[in-house]
Write a protein that binds this ligand. Structure first.
Ligand SMILES: [Zn+2]
Length: 229
């Protein structure tokens, strides 16, 4: 006679199957269980490993295969860990900042599904000051520029996107060629370290929240610095 894992009673009945594996239902504690499970139970100590693998260019299914958890568990943890990241407070002033947008997509690679990672770095420390993910709208770009303006910048360097001119106005604005080289190098770092930003692969984001969580998790792992390692 089978006994329940949870309450040790003998009131288990067969109820449903997952593939070929029989599931049991306990009539006294009302819980479902099975003899064998394909994936192991999640151990929060592995948060560290998920974070490390995620930030070293491994995709969700690679992490799932290495750690023996289901891909759904990995996705849930990345979402949870990503959204529990807090941005550090900056107390600098009179610095030079570079702002740029990096294009990616959610769902399918078509101009209607394009999303942009808009972020700003301090030119001398390579620290990411703020990041906004979504459309390349005035609102999203304005958020990043607003954060920089609150730090009393000396100069802001951007590409030649017209929306910047109005947003930056009283502050010195530079759009010269090669002047935003540091942040363009940062884009390459992001593209090599985060699997969903790789080009010419079949790995991509299906959900905007997942994209946001993975970028925040990566920045937290690097202590919000995009310097060469
Ligand atoms: Zn039970």
């Amino acid at each position: 006679m089978k006994t329940c894992h949870y309450c040790s009673s003998n009131s288990l009945i067969c109820k449903g199957k997952r593939g070929l594996i029989q599931r049991y239902y306990c009539k006294s504690c009302h819980k479902y269980q099975q003899d064998m499970y394909r994936y192991r139970l999640y151990d929060p100590k592995d948060d560290k490993m998920i974070k490390l693998y995620h930030c070293e260019g491994l995709g969700i299914r690679s992490i799932s295969r290495i750690l023996g958890y289901s891909s759904n568990t990995i996705m849930r943890r990345i979402l949870f860990l990503g959204f529990s990241v807090t941005k550090p407070a900056y107390l600098e002033s009179n610095q030079i900042y570079e702002v740029d947008e990096l294009c990616t997509y959610v769902g399918r690679n078509h101009s209607s599904h394009h999303k942009w990672i808009i972020y700003a770095i301090n030119r001398s420390t390579k620290t990411v000051v703020d990041v906004a993910i979504g459309s390349r709208s005035r609102d999203n770009i304005g958020k990043v520029i607003g954060t920089i303006k609150s730090l009393n910048p000396r100069k802001i360097i951007t590409d030649k996107l017209p929306v910047y001119v109005n947003l930056i106005q009283p502050i010195k604005h530079d759009t010269h060629r090669y002047s935003n080289n540091h942040i363009e190098r940062g884009n390459l770092t992001l593209r090599t370290h985060i699997k969903r930003l790789f080009r010419k692969t079949i790995c991509y984001s299906k959900n905007l929240n997942m994209l946001k969580a993975s970028i925040l998790l990566y920045l937290d792992h690097r202590n919000w610095k995009l310097d060469a390692l």
